[in-house]
Structures are given as structure tokens and as C-alpha cells.
Design a protein around this ligand. Structure first.
Ligand code: GSH
Length: 199
């Protein structure tokens, strides 16, 4: 028996990616809206839930989960009927986890470098090498497609479609042919089309 998911959500923000995943999973959920501009995320009641003061944050079956990648892994496993996660033991599980974790471990810091126009640490020290290496690896992962796991759509595609949607709109990532193809597939999904238009 599974509980309803509670999502602490700010609009617009990275938590839209988790909301999209919940829609794709057909998971029952309730949204607790936070006004990030007004600083709701820094109020003691939310800091008691996530001391980082960050959305997305979810609660499910009594447990709090934060960090987009952890939430994606958790929810796709928690709602297996949607078939968005290769199960443990499936040969696709490793690549699936790899490209999910790549988002938080490599892509996010790399795009922050681009946004702030700052240099990464020396290549041997930097956990993601640098922006160009990170984007080249991602482009290779999207090729030949159509999905990260080849013919199999997964929660990793949802994360990357949503991530590339906002980062290309912000001019942080160039819309190369494989990224354009990924975005076209992403934007055609009914759950994406049903979302409020990105500002
Ligand atoms: N590492 C977090 C980052 C989440 C994040 O940066 N969320 C932003 C919204 S896009 C936020 O909550 N900002 C509010 C604040 O820091 O005050 C994740 O991957 O989920």
C-alpha cells in the first residue's frame, strides 16, 4: 500500500521536473506551494523538513527525500507500474543510474560555471572535468538515441528533456542536433504539453 506523495514545489523552479515525473508516473500527489521569491523555503517550518531550503523536496511513506536525482531514482522505483526504471539486475540499470546521477554530479556544476562565467578547478581535480567535456559526454549519450537507453524510454529521458528545456531556454546549452531531437521528443509528450508554459 503506497501513500500519497507530498511535493514541496516552487513555480517556476527545478521542482517542475519532479512534478512532471509524478504526472508521468500517474502517482497520487499533493503539492505544497512555496513562494520562493517571498522566501517561504527559508522559514523554520520548511528548513525543519529540508535544511538546504531547496525544492524539490518530497515526502512519501513517512520519509523525506530531497535532491532531484535522488527523487527521480526513488519515485521511478516506487511506482514500477509506469515502467520508467530498469529494475535491479536489469543490464540497463547501470547506464540508467549513470545518466541520472550525471545531471547532479556533472551537468549542474558545469552549467553554473557557464552562467557565472567562471573557470572550473584544474581538470584532474574538478569532479566534472569542465563544461565542454560534460556537454560532449551528454551529446554522446543522446546519440544515436532515440533515448538514453536506446529504444527504451526511462525517467532519465524525462530528466534530461526537462533539464535541457530550461538550460537551452536560458542560453546555457547550445541546441545542437541531438539536443534538438531530444527536446522535440520531450515537448511532444502529453504530460509535458499539459504543463504550464515555461516563462
Ligand atoms: N541540488 C538541488 C538543487 C535544487 C535547487 O536549486 N532548487 C532551487 C529552485 S530552482 C531552490 O530551491 N531555490 C531556493 C533557494 O535556494 O532559496 C536539486 O538538485 O534538487
Amino acid at each position: 500500500m503506497t501513500d500519497r506523495v507530498t511535493l514541496w514545489h516552487g513555480e517556476p523552479s527545478r521542482s517542475s521536473m519532479t512534478k512532471l515525473l509524478l504526472d508521468e508516473l500517474g502517482a497520487p500527489y499533493d503539492v505544497v506551494p512555496l513562494d520562493l521569491k517571498a522566501g517561504d523555503q527559508l522559514k523554520p517550518e520548511f528548513l525543519a523538513i529540508n535544511p538546504m531550503g531547496k525544492v524539490p523536496t518530497i515526502r512519501h511513506n513517512g520519509a523525506i527525500v530531497a535532491e532531484t536525482v535522488a527523487i527521480f531514482i526513488y519515485l521511478a522505483d516506487a511506482f514500477p507500474q509506469a515502467r520508467l526504471a530498469p529494475a535491479i539486475g536489469d543490464p540497463d540499470r547501470g547506464p540508467y543510474l549513470r545518466w541520472l546521477v550525471f545531471y547532479g554530479a556533472c551537468f549542474e556544476p558545469a552549467i553554473m560555471d557557464r552562467f557565472l562565467k567562471r573557470e572550473p578547478a584544474q581538470r584532474a581535480t574538478s569532479p566534472y572535468a569542465d563544461y565542454d567535456t560534460t556537454i560532449a559526454a551528454l551529446r554522446a549519450a543522446l546519440t544515436p538515441g532515440p533515448y538514453i537507453l536506446g529504444d527504451r524510454f526511462s525517467a532519465a529521458d524525462l530528466l534530461w528533456g526537462a533539464a535541457l528545456d530550461w538550460t537551452t531556454r536560458f542560453g546555457l546549452v547550445e541546441t545542437t542536433p541531438e539536443i534538438a531531437a531530444c527536446l522535440a521528443r520531450h515537448r511532444a509528450r502529453p504530460a509535458v504539453r499539459a504543463q504550464p508554459a515555461a516563462s
